[in-house]
Design a binder for this molecule. Sequence first.
Ligand SMILES: NC(=O)c1ccc[n+]([C@@H]2O[C@H](COP(=O)([O-])OP(=O)(O)OC[C@H]3O[C@@H](n4cnc5c(N)ncnc54)[C@H](OP(=O)(O)O)[C@@H]3O)[C@@H](O)[C@H]2O)c1
Length: 294
Amino acid sequence: MNADTVLIVGGDSTLGRALASRLSSLGARVITTTRRAKGSRETRLLLDLASESDETLPDCSRAFLCAGITSQRACEEQPGLARRVNVEGTVRIAERLVERGSFVVFPSTNLVFSGDRPFARTDATLCPRTEYGRLKTDAEARISALGPLVAVVRLSKLLTPDFALFDGWYKRLAQGQSIEAFRDMRVAPVTLATAASTLATIGRQRISAVSHLSGDQDVSYYDVAQRLASRMTVPAGLVKGVTTSEVTQPARAIPRHTTLDCSRLVEELGMSVPSTWSAIDAVIDSIARQERDD
Ligand SMILES: NC(=O)c1ccc[n+]([C@@H]2O[C@H](COP(=O)([O-])OP(=O)(O)OC[C@H]3O[C@@H](n4cnc5c(N)ncnc54)[C@H](OP(=O)(O)O)[C@@H]3O)[C@@H](O)[C@H]2O)c1
């Protein structure tokens, strides 16, 4: 086995792409999987989690399971397919990797919790309120049962540098148009870069069992939109606060809290809990830069 070969299952995912770039820059040989036939090659293997065929998996020291049906709506609308992909297919690959001695990192979500309490601890009772959260909970349990060669990392919302919601808001506000933002939906996001570097470290140091990564506080989308307006020096009145009762998602499924207790990573990796506002500001800066350059 090449000691520094890393497998990313779901190389086309947002997180998988960020991880691949991070790990390559750290000198690892990165092999990814894709379900898109076009462009497959030696370091880009075809793998569809919905199929039960025995795919050839490469020897690797560690693997990150980033593929899956991540849309909450898709999980609600096609629960059978979502279970086949997010639980059965994902667990099958994890089993085969662990059997061969690879360390497996499984990114999970704060949505395994009800969100009734802030800063959920790693050992808090799981109580998912969405189909996506239930599938993640089931996959977590079965992957955790594989032993010490697995890490489950629960992540809050990840913000890409061009996060579409904020980018859309930016464009409207820049044109003097109003925007609507939820007052009662809250996030404690981390940047994609923070998530990728933390996962890379967890894989390299083989930090097994469950870890948490979230921002240090929950803020509402309305607060974020207000911050954006203020940073753009446009009138605050352009931001209209609305409530989630107008959306199709059942209100009970919207968590009041999304923060996670990150003390394990603070203690074991010496990192500090990422600041929610720093993550949001980094995205606003990136979108503003992009708009200026266009
Ligand atoms: N993004 C977040 O805010 C967030 C937060 C917490 C946890 N997570 C977790 O982090 C992981 C990565 O999330 P992400 O947002 O980066 O995902 P993403 O961008 O939505 O990508 C999901 C990937 O899964 C692939 N996929 C879907 N069905 C598949 C199948 N049957 N077989 C193989 N691949 C399949 C998709 O392939 P195509 O590209 O071909 O469609 C896509 O590349 C997920 O486990 C997610 O639950 C994400």
